[in-house]
Design a protein around this ligand. Structure first.
Ligand code: EPU
Length: 419
């Protein structure tokens, strides 16, 4: 198992590009199951999760070739309509093949994702919506069994705006009979990128990016071609926070303006200088003021950035709070940040962060993807050496993060250590 060894205390300086967005790449790859054409993808990030999704698609019957950074994906027929436990347990986003398999092939068996480090994460809303579209769904032996001769358009009203739930229904509805309306749909930019990809393939989706989406079913998605996955806004946000926490100055390129408005507003409130420029965003760190943040669906403050901003709050001149409203257990980073000298305590779904003068390097353990990123940021600014173990979590969602940080002047080494 690899670990990262970080010598803290170097301000980050320079220019860096973000990679393609994990949470756009995964549903877009799953959506290739809906079409028989060849799709060429640019800007797919080299991440463990993307490799897992490609492995799953290949097991189902896809042909995938990678030439340089271009990935060619074609699903002419499937050999199997099952996402097995072994893959789903390593990546919950495997649930994204459920809608496409059911819509195109009339059948799907997907291992029921369990809870994960950040919460129970049920998929009841995905299943209820597909049932409303005419699917018969049962659960037995830890598997979801779904069947439908042909899905029919329906009016779906989500209780909460679920991101992958919206994506599953949206994909299934593209080739269902008739019109599907999704009310209280997720508005995240990754949902928009999936809609753009599906429309590029020939789907008829309108209203994406708003809570009311309409999908007019069509018999098939006839267009292949090249599609470039959107840049990763969560990676961009993490790099912005790395610049801020180290008191450096970094220009982050391949960033789509507007995607991080809530983070930028919060950083400015804290006193960080943030300037959106053509082709990127420039961040300059310095002493920071405390702030209160509540996570919310897009365009609210992203749950995927609360762990990272907590590191910056730990070094502010006062008391900050983070209220987590999306997941019930997304504070795994708190105990580890406290081991590095932070002063954070939890009250229900709220973290209360008292600013300290400095963090000190320590041996810490990554527990989930974004918690790992918060520990990397802490290591960058801490006095002395920080060793972060279990960084396979980081490799699931950040492409070459340590290389990028080293290019900006950080001192980070990846070392392999025995289990
Ligand atoms: N929920 C239900 N029932 C459902 C589905 C969701 O109760 O059937 C609840 C969840 O328990 C949660 C809320 O609805 O409380 C929102 O969950 P959502 O379904 O939106 O999350 P997700 O689709 O499983 C995606 C991202 C996550 C990101 C969340 C929230 C992907 C592959 N994953 O998860 O990304 O945190 O949306 O924005 O898109 C990450 O990248 O680190 C990550 C965890």
């Amino acid at each position: 198992m690899d670990k990262l060894v970080i010598q803290g205390g170097r301000p980050l300086l320079g220019d860096i590009k973000t990679s393609g967005a994990k949470n756009a790449a995964l549903p877009i790859l799953a959506a290739t199951l809906l079409s028989s054409e060849t799709h060429y993808f640019e800007n797919l990030p080299a991440l463990t999760d993307v490799k897992t999704m490609e492995k799953l698609l290949c097991q189902l019957g896809a042909k995938i070739n990678q030439e340089g950074t271009l990935h060619a994906v074609q699903v002419k027929q499937i050999d199997l309509c099952e996402a097995p436990y072994d893959l789903v347990k390593t990546m919950r986003a495997s649930i994204l093949v459920l809608g496409p398999l059911l819509a195109k092939y009339g059948e799907a068996r997907v291992s029921l994702p369990g809870g994960c480090a950040i919460g129970a994460r049920p998929v009841n809303l995905h299943l209820d919506a597909l049932k409303a579209m005419g699917a018969e769904i049962g659960i037995a032996h830890g598997m979801i069994y779904a069947k439908a001769r042909r899905l029919k358009g329906a009016r779906i009203v989500f209780d909460v705006p679920t991101v992958t739930g919206t994506e599953n229904v949206m994909m299934a509805a593209t080739i269902a009979d008739g019109k599907t309306e999704i009310h209280n749909a997720a508005c995240e930019p990754e949902v928009v990128d999936l809609a753009c990809f599906l429309n590029h393939c020939g789907a008829r989706i309108t209203g994406f990016g708003s809570p009311q989406m309409t999908i007019e079913g069509t018999p098939s998605l006839p267009n292949g071609g090249t599609y470039c996955v959107m840049p990763d806004r969560i990676e961009a946000g993490t790099l912005m926070l790395a610049a801020a926490v180290t008191g450096g100055e970094v220009m982050i390129r391949q960033y789509r303006g507007g995607h991080l408005a809530s983070l930028i507003e919060t950083l400015r409130e804290m006193g960080v200088k943030v300037q959106e420029e053509k082709g990127g965003v420039r961040v300059r760190g310095g002493p920071v003021r405390p702030v209160n943040v509540t996570t919310a669906p897009y365009p609210g403050f992203p749950t995927d950035i609360q762990a990272q901003i907590m590191t910056l709050m730990s070094l502010s001149g006062g008391i900050s709070t983070v209220t987590e409203t999306i997941f019930e257990n997304r504070f795994n980073h708190v105990a580890e940040l406290n081991r590095m000298g932070a002063d954070i305590h939890l009250e229900g779904n709220q973290a209360i962060i008292r600013g300290v003068l400095a963090l000190s390097g320590a041996k810490v353990m990554a527990s989930d993807l974004r918690a790992s990123a918060s520990l990397v940021l802490a290591g960058l600014v801490a006095q002395g050496t920080t060793e972060i173990s279990r960084i396979y979590h980081l490799d699931r969602g950040y492409e070459r993060l340590e290389e990028k940080l080293v290019a900006l002047g950080a001192s980070i080494r990846r070392v392999s250590s025995p289990l």
